[in-house]
Design a binder for this molecule. Sequence first.
Ligand code: P1T
Length: 379
Amino acid sequence: MKFNTKTIHGGQSPDKAYGSVMPPIYQTTTYAQTTPGGHKGYEYSRSHNPTRQALESAFSSLENGKFGLAFGSGLAAIDAVLKLLKPGDEVISTNDLYGGTYRLFTQIFEKFQIKFHFIGMDNASAIESYINSNTKLIWIETPTNPMLNIIDISAVAAISKKHSVLFAVDNTFATPYLQRPLDLGADIVMHSATKYLGGHSDVIMGALIVNDQTIANQLYFVQNASGAISGPQDCFLLLRGIKTLHIRMQRHCENGRTVATYLSTHPKVENVYWPGFESHPNHEIAKAQMDDFGGMVSFTTKGNSYEEAIKMVERLKIFTLAESLGGVESLAGHPASMTHASIPKETREKTGILDSLIRLSVGIEDAEDLIADLKHALN
Ligand code: P1T
């Protein structure tokens, strides 16, 4: 089955009871048993729920994986992966990643004696010098949030295999429409399904997808034992959102290109970060591992003024000033004071998150309106 067909039919079949085309919302906590253990495969909805299972098979189908798991948020999904580790273990991660992920790693898991190395991975070989016998996980985002750096998934996968280290890719920015990390050798794919997979800014959800039965069993154990599951109503909304992922992403990519190109010619703009530019340091890798370049664009304004950047985002009318990304509507954010405020300023600035950095989640409106909005706010 090809990708566009999978968004609509992947892992889905009409409901067995009445043939309903959309999976019913099984809004129940528990299931009747005829005798202890005598049930139809469902005992308690933290462990299994038919609506959640329908979504979990849609997740695995989109990412070419065998097993999918749905969590109450993207961070809950990351939390579940980190719970595979034990005190003394080490993690190598990118130095540019979502501020909430950084906060989870440094303020929750460091307390449990897990050590993190945050490093630049423009060149994947940089990873090897941080690997030792305690290294258990390599965690990356690509494209990264918010600098849109690109990391070579196949190259990192080769290193992780050589050293028998688990390799996880946060695929939130690319989505499986553009990039399928399991096919490139990753062990775990993670999503903030809150973003493009849901697509309508109305559900918080996380996803993990894997191929290996043992890893799947370990993650399922954490999902059930820690209990950060997603509810059936939210799973239904996600299933509905996924059905248009391919057409939404096509337009996000077109509009992303138009906006990035416009910004790159504006006299008040200093730098534009978008992997589709030939001048992007890892454009060739992006071209090889992605099918297009997505709808996320970051830029800085000349003079690097905090006040100017704030004024600019406040003047926008069609772009809404808000956290999050990946919905049909365009959003603008100021990472230094919003999504990445939990990263210390000095650490943040080393990776390029300057006071003047603005991040755009380019939606699927008419591109002319988006350009007019940016033009007005910048001028
Ligand atoms: O918000 P939640 O569903 O828990 O997902 C966390 C998360 C994980 N990974 C990436 C790459 C993310 O972008 C996020 C959430 N990001 C935002 C809310 C944001 O505005 O960047």
